[in-house]
Design a protein. Structure first.
Length: 654
């Protein structure tokens, strides 16, 4: 969650000495396009959940809670909900507020500390157990009700230590939770009909045995009399993996789902002492089933060549026939990964990787992964599932943070996606090569007042990755037809957004948004200065409506750039692409231009382009003694928006 700088008309705030109004505003009041910057919430238990670029959601248990299991039940609204297993009973029993475990809503309200969040900042949704209730979700108050008796048994035939149970009408018309007592039984009164019970129940690890996590989606019919349903862990199939090398099981994300009249599922983030089991596959032809198991295994810390397994077993339409997987190294992608620092080294306490496998057709499971401590620079061989149906989302963040450890104050976060093939390969993260991150703007009308907001990333990269930089500050000026409307000074582009009212007389027109760096990160040797200017048209928004404004940028890619550097000799091929935030209106290039400088912007050289639509290519032959390449990129899109962006020391030469 970024802070939001409030802006206002310059004349109205002249007494303050600038056009900057002090204060912050909640994201819920000023939504903006997501540029992929990480945001974190510390749960009431001290465990931290971080939403990373590319959509990955990483979990970092609090000190002393490394063995904790986390439930990640799907929400009807798609909210990210994370509840430690040892707090589920308290939440379901009404002793804890489920809203303090809804990561999405907490971030939307600008809250990074769930325990300290004021009640007024929490969402006002009705909850069904752990998640916000779906439309029409309610217990039946009257009618011809019949009891449905449930009995839960763990793998040893005993009552489990905890559970989360949900009943859903098979047509998706209603739902509710099922309280389960300490004896493993519970009863819910329902009208006759067809239902689905979504179940997750567990027994904690002991000194002599591992923990059990049992999940299931089970159809059940309620007739004219009492109905019985026994969910027996002894009938559940083990879920696990066997690999060739010596490893320790770190954790795993495990999720089963069913999409149909209602989106159902159960997700759990396993601790290192947990085993997973899945109840028999249900016969639900009107639902599409899904299965996701993503284990992380690490090699011995004493191994001279560090390695780890990040595996993904995903199935769409059914459960796998065998849920105990065996993989051979020769069938995996073995990627020798070089984690780079972009200028300043960070210890493993300051860096994390977070990799997870997704189905290429879209999100199947929880999207959760382990935050694995990773120093930069460092090297590690990563062994991944090589499956054409699995797209890997690969994430690295490193840097210094705010005192609460939630937000980066300096450093970077980088994410990339790839479908991997078996065999050995090499990878560098981040690749680097700066041009600009993805920015966006929006306009809103409320009470006859027009507001405009900006989410800016003027210094970043897209060289086969999404590179977001922290630690840069600058001045931002919004003007219309040459008249300055608002200015913000010292805006932290990673932590802050810009938002505020336009003058009462503003009826739309041609706007110019100028960004100039004033204080760049001291931890990088790249991107030592930058500036961007957009000129765009915008009309008044209808009352109560939001309108999105695309702020296109030209992003630079080159296979020759690795870790921020390209070879000094030879001909370097450059590709330029006009890109926008995927959630904003699509635009297309009408024109592009490219200039380079080898003296930090003192002089510039035009570079010929071969443009085809939104993509242009160029070739660079660098001067013999050149050490740095600075770039100036301009473009015109088919909506009439013009952009000029300059980055000093976009990449180095070696």
């Amino acid at each position: 969650m970024r802070l939001t700088r409030l802006i206002g008309p310059a004349a109205a705030l002249a007494l303050a000495g600038s056009a900057l109004a002090t204060g912050t505003a909640a994201q819920a009041e000023t939504p903006a396009p997501d540029t992929g910057a990480p945001a974190s919430v510390t749960l009431p238990t001290g465990d931290r959940v971080t939403v990373l670029p590319g959509g990955a959601t990483g979990i970092e248990p609090a000190p002393g809670r490394e063995d904790t299991t986390f439930l990640t039940p799907p929400s009807p609204d798609g909210d990210i909900v994370v509840v430690p297993a040892d707090r589920v009973a308290a939440v379901l029993g009404g002793d804890e507020d489920p809203r303090r475990y809804n990561v999405t809503e907490l971030l939307a309200a600008g809250q990074s500390d769930a325990a300290a969040a004021p009640a007024a900042a929490l969402d006002d949704s009705e909850y069904t157990g752990l998640v916000p209730a779906a439309d029409g979700a309610a217990a039946f108050a009257d009618g011809d009700l019949q009891p449905l008796h449930l009995t839960l048994l763990d793998r040893d035939g005993k009552a489990p230590d905890g559970s989360w149970m949900l009943w859903v009408a098979r047509d998706g018309s209603a739902a509710g939770d099922i309280p389960i007592g300490a004896d493993g039984t519970g009863t819910i009164d329902l009208p006759p009909g067809d239902y689905i019970v979504v179940s997750g129940f567990w027994s904690a690890p002991t000194g002599t045995g591992r923990g059990q996590q049992i999940a299931g989606i089970t159809p059940v019919a309620v007739g004219d009399g009492p109905a019985e349903l026994v969910l027996d862990g002894a009938a559940a199939a083990p879920v696990g993996v066997h690999v060739e090398r010596e490893t320790e099981f770190l954790n795993a994300a495990f999720n089963i789902g069913a999409k149909g009249p209602e989106n159902l599922g159960y997700g759990v983030f396993l601790g290192p002492l947990d085993d997973a089991f899945v109840l028999p596959e249900p016969d639900l032809p009107e639902y599409e089933l899904s299965f996701v198991y993503q284990p992380v295994l690490t090699g011995p810390v004493t191994d001279p060549v560090p390695y780890a397994y990040n595996l993904a077993f995903v199935e769409k339409g059914a459960y796998p026939e065998d849920t105990e997987f065996t993989v051979a190294d020769e069938d995996l992608a073995a990627v020798a990964t070089d984690y780079r620092d972009l200028g300043t080294a960070y210890s493993a306490k300051q860096g994390d990787t977070c990799d997870y496998g997704d189905h290429v057709d879209g999100w199947l499971g929880s999207g959760f992964c382990s935050l694995v401590p990773t120093a930069v620079p460092s090297q590690r061989t990563m062994l991944y599932t090589a499956d054409p149906d699995v797209q890997w989302n690969l994430n690295l963040k490193a840097g210094t943070s705010t005192p609460d450890g939630v937000f980066l104050t300096d450093g970077f976060a980088v994410g990339a996606a790839a479908v991997l093939e078996p065999g050995r390969s090499e990878r560098t993260m981040p690749r680097g090569g700066l041009s600009a991150g993805l920015s966006g703007a929006y306009r809103h009308s409320d009470g006859g007042v027009d507001y405009m907001g900006f989410d800016l990333a003027p210094n970043g990269g897209g060289n086969g990755e999404q590179l977001v930089l922290a630690g840069d500050k600058g001045d931002v000026t919004l003007s219309r037809d040459g008249e300055v409307l608002s200015s913000v000074y010292g805006l932290d582009f990673y932590l802050e957004r810009m938002y505020g009212p336009l003058p009462e007389s503003d009826a739309g027109g041609r706007y110019t948004l100028s960004v100039d760096a004033t204080e760049t990160s001291k931890s990088r040797v790249f991107g030592t200065d930058f500036a961007t200017e957009w000129s765009f048209d915008s009309a008044e928004a209808a009352e109560g409506e939001w309108s999105d404004i695309a702020l296109p940028v030209v992003q630079l890619t080159s296979d020759a750039i690795e870790g921020g550097y390209a070879p000094k000799r030879g001909c370097q091929e450059i590709t330029l692409d006009l890109r926008t935030n995927q959630y904003l209106p699509a635009v297309h290039a009408e024109d592009m231009a490219f200039e380079v400088s080898y003296d930090d912007g003192a002089t510039w050289r035009d570079v010929p382009l071969d443009r085809d639509g939104d993509t242009a290519t160029a070739e660079l032959t660098h001067p013999r003694r050149a050490e740095w390449v600075s770039v100036r990129l301009t473009a015109l899109d088919d909506h009439g928006t013009e952009v000029t962006q300059t980055v000093i020391r976009a990449f180095g030469l070696d």
